[in-house]
Design a binder for this molecule. Structure first.
Ligand SMILES: [Zn+2]
Length: 67
């Protein structure tokens, strides 16, 4: 069973990541390093996905958490 605090944290994190995603999309600039783990994002991924902010691993983690 989830804590109320956990739910609040999840909501806040989700809102923040959405805000960040919107900002990055608006600028259309890909980050050179992953927002979550600070690993370098491969240049091919940055070219393929304009505005990308995470490495493949963290993107999968993010998508997994949304389900
Ligand atoms: Zn990462």
């Amino acid at each position: 069973m989830a804590d109320v605090a956990d739910i609040a944290n999840d909501r806040a994190a989700e809102e923040l990541s959405e805000r960040l995603a919107n900002r990055v999309q608006f600028n259309g600039v890909s980050l050179s390093h992953c927002e979550d783990c600070d690993e370098e994002i491969p240049p091919l991924r940055r070219q393929t996905l304009p505005g990308v902010a995470t490495c493949v691993d963290c993107q999968q983690l993010r998508e997994g958490r949304r389900l």
